[in-house]
Design a protein. Sequence first.
Length: 240
Amino acid sequence: MSSTPAPDDLAPARSGRAAEAPVVLDRRDGPFGEVVLRGRGEHFEIIANGCFLMDTSDGRSERLLVDAALAALPAGRRGPSVLIGGLGVGFSLVRAAEEGRWGRIVVVEREEAIVDWHRDGPLGRISGAALADPRTAILRADLVDHLRTATERYDALCLDIDNGPDWTVTEGNTGLYSATGLAHCRDRLHPGGVLAVWSAQPSPAFEQALRNAGFSEVRTEEIAVARGVPDVVHLALRPA
């Protein structure tokens, strides 16, 4: 496994969280390991197999993921569809639902616990309206498998299931960033569609992998964080 735990006295990859002690709200064991929802003051945190994933203290980069994908689409597309890989704390879904220009909004999330926390638990206060949006559909599936086996195409893929291409939550996720995985991403896009991938740090190697996989207009957008290197969104287009 390539990810490592984030001790409580260290700043996680994507958080401006306060110093209050965390409280475990739910802990589940599933087919991909342990997933935990913690409360810290007024915020929530998601931990997977001891690896800090995200919290509700900020969310700028998760929103940028969706905004940047929409901005990168060629002009003139009416009601573009978007697949969001990873429900997380719900910021990307909420951003998509707030934007009337999106058409179909599909979220792929493999962790039943995370879906439950949104539908019937504390995270519903963040995502409730977005989940009720008639454009929204939640698919309980592994993203890597879904991209490999699905036939539906989208105008945008917004992927946020790891701390980045170089820091995956589980070993099975590494396939998403391989030549084969990126080919599956390309196949799930309409011509001219955009792939947006969240990362806790820039990855020149991943940029080159995108070019090698046949994507064009590859670039990286940065957003500053309180400490350390900026969060980024990698963007690439499937040629028309």
